[in-house]
Design a protein around this ligand. Structure first.
Ligand SMILES: Cc1cc2nc3c(=O)[nH]c(=O)nc-3n(C[C@H](O)[C@H](O)[C@H](O)COP(=O)(O)OP(=O)(O)OC[C@H]3O[C@@H](n4cnc5c(N)ncnc54)[C@H](O)[C@@H]3O)c2cc1C
Ligand SMILES: NC(=O)c1ccc[n+]([C@@H]2O[C@H](COP(=O)([O-])OP(=O)(O)OC[C@H]3O[C@@H](n4cnc5c(N)ncnc54)[C@H](O)[C@@H]3O)[C@@H](O)[C@H]2O)c1
Length: 442
């Protein structure tokens, strides 16, 4: 049996960050990762980074196969850097094996083909999430049916692509593959795009994505996939429509990786949705086990996983001031073209919560920067509390919104009045000066 101060299962964002920080405090740390092609985690290997390289290159006219090659180079570089950071750290031992709990304080791995048991007083689960496959009949195992991970391994651009699901992955891949030249159809069970987002904004998003040739089929499910030939499948929808495609992407959510972890040998309990149950300090129902990142459910973003590691670190070695409760506003972006970003409440949500609101609205075409960059697409909207003058939320669909949203988030966290953003001196001609106009509301 090998003894450590901490065992971290999963080389994801939270796992690698926590490993480094604990080692700096002279903890003896074991980091266990089952797949060497995943060193560094989901984000750099199969998710945020590779997809954003492809989004970027698609927008800059790079042919698909070249973009895939550049994406592979970027991923390899980042993976090597992530591996080196851990391998060079004397306080951390990296084990390449699947990990399985034996008890609350013991984890089983394979070391040089032999079973080995590691033990520690502190164990952290950071095993991430994987694609949730919908119940579709027929040839779902066909080599023309993909997840977000496998589609971006495909070297040849699919001429016709059907995407099942219109969430983050569905929309980002739709926009990205349409930019490379695929003819894309998106199938959604909802009756409109992104039902939790502002309706004016989603109408604009739909208009711009349709302008790229993307077709949306709402209020329907993919029921069956049938392989027709080496290059073609047919997708049958619940309304009986049939669509022929060269590739089908299943983008119907991601589920926490808890299978085969041996949690039945521990006091760790799961939520109704199958995520590891944690308290505000990310402690599980077993007092020496914590969970961070996608595996604990909730919002699935890299920066949430990073912030989870801050909460755990503060809880173990700090003054326990950080928790899920003290976490402030969380912005997010969908990297479609142009991108959509959001923080806080929409007007509808604010009204439902009883706020007395004022709204700001600004078409991007009215902004000088939009003319400079020759991109007039999009709409910005903000919501302000009339009584406190504080910003309640922003929905920004337009160029550079993934950067701009962080300015709004900071003003919200600081509880600044909306006039703080309205009356700033911004340089010119840039996107952020849109706030002079967007917040010019009474
Ligand atoms: C296509 C796509 C695009 C995305 N784009 C963005 C984006 O632009 N911005 C953003 O913020 N988020 C994005 N996300 C979400 C983001 O990737 C995740 O929220 C984040 O990577 C989760 O990190 P994590 O720390 O939970 O663990 P992960 O990085 O998922 O790491 C978990 C690791 O644990 C390993 N593991 C699992 N089980 C075991 C076991 N039993 N033993 C040992 N090791 C194990 C896995 O192999 C994996 O390496 C995207 C996701 C996808 C799928
Ligand atoms: N830019 C980013 O930050 C980014 C990008 C991609 C992914 N992600 C993360 O990855 C997570 C997973 O993304 P996702 O798009 O798979 O999930 P999602 O939860 O965003 O969307 C899933 C979609 O699939 C639909 N759906 C569910 N079951 C279906 C079925 N049987 N048939 C058809 N449609 C069905 C849902 O209605 C929903 O619209 C996101 O929640 C997000 O946190 C983030």
């Amino acid at each position: 049996m090998l003894t450590f101060d901490a065992i971290i299962i999963g080389f994801g964002k939270a796992g690698k960050t926590l490993a480094g920080e604990l080692a700096e405090q002279d903890w003896k740390v074991a980091l266990i990762e089952k797949d060497p092609t995943m060193y560094g985690g989901t984000c750099i290997n199969i998710a945020c980074i590779p997809t954003k390289v492809l989004v970027h290159d698609g927008l800059h006219g790079v042919p698909y196969s070249e973009a895939i090659e550049r994406k592979n180079e970027v991923v390899e570089k980042l993976r090597a850097k992530n591996y080196k950071n851990i391998a060079d750290n004397e306080g951390i031992t990296l084990f390449n094996s699947a990990a399985k709990f034996r008890s609350d304080k013991e984890v089983e791995i394979l070391l040089d083909g032999q079973q080995e048991v590691l033990t520690a007083e502190h164990i952290f689960i950071n095993t991430g999430a994987t694609a949730n496959l919908p119940p579709i009949e027929g040839d779902i195992r066909s080599d023309k049916v993909y997840t977000s991970t496998t589609l971006i391994e495909r070297k040849q651009l699919p001429e016709k692509l059907v995407i099942v699901g219109a969430g983050y992955i569905g929309l980002e891949y739709a926009s990205m593959y349409a930019n490379f030249g695929s003819k894309v159809t998106v199938i959604s069970p909802e009756d409109r795009l992104l039902p939790h987002e502002d309706e004016d904004i989603t109408a604009e998003i739909q208009k711009e994505l349709e302008a790229k040739g993307i077709r949306f089929v709402f209020g329907t499910h993919a029921e069956e996939i049938k392989e027709d030939s080496k290059d073609l499948v047919t997708v049958t929808l619940s309304g009986a429509e049939r669509i022929s495609a060269n590739a089908v992407l299943l983008a119907t959510g991601r589920k926490p990786n808890v299978e085969d972890l041996g949690l039945e040998h521990t006091g760790v309990e799961l939520t109704e949705k199958g995520a590891v149950q944690v308290d505000d300090y990310l402690q599980t129902t077993a007092s020496n086990v914590w969970a961070m990142g996608d595996v604990k459910g909730g919002m699935q973003f890299t920066y949430i996983s990073l912030d989870d590691s801050r909460i755990v670190m503060d809880s173990l070695t700090g003054d326990k001031k950080l928790s899920l409760e003290t976490r402030q506003h969380i912005p997010y972006s969908v990297f479609i073209d142009p991108p959509f970003s959001r923080v806080g409440l929409t007007a509808k949500e604010a009204q439902e919560q009883g706020y007395n609101i004022i709204e700001g609205k600004m078409p991007i075409a009215s902004h000088p920067r939009a003319h400079v960059i020759n991109d007039l697409r999009g709409l910005f909207k903000v919501v302000v509390d009339k009584d406190t003058q504080q910003v309640l939320g922003a929905s920004l669909f337009g160029p550079e919104s993934p950067e701009l949203i962080n300015l709004v988030k900071m003003a919200m966290d600081l509880k600044a009045p909306y006039t703080f953003l309205r009356d700033q001196i911004y340089n010119h001609p840039v996107m952020s000066e849109a706030f002079n106009t967007l917040f010019d509301i009474q």
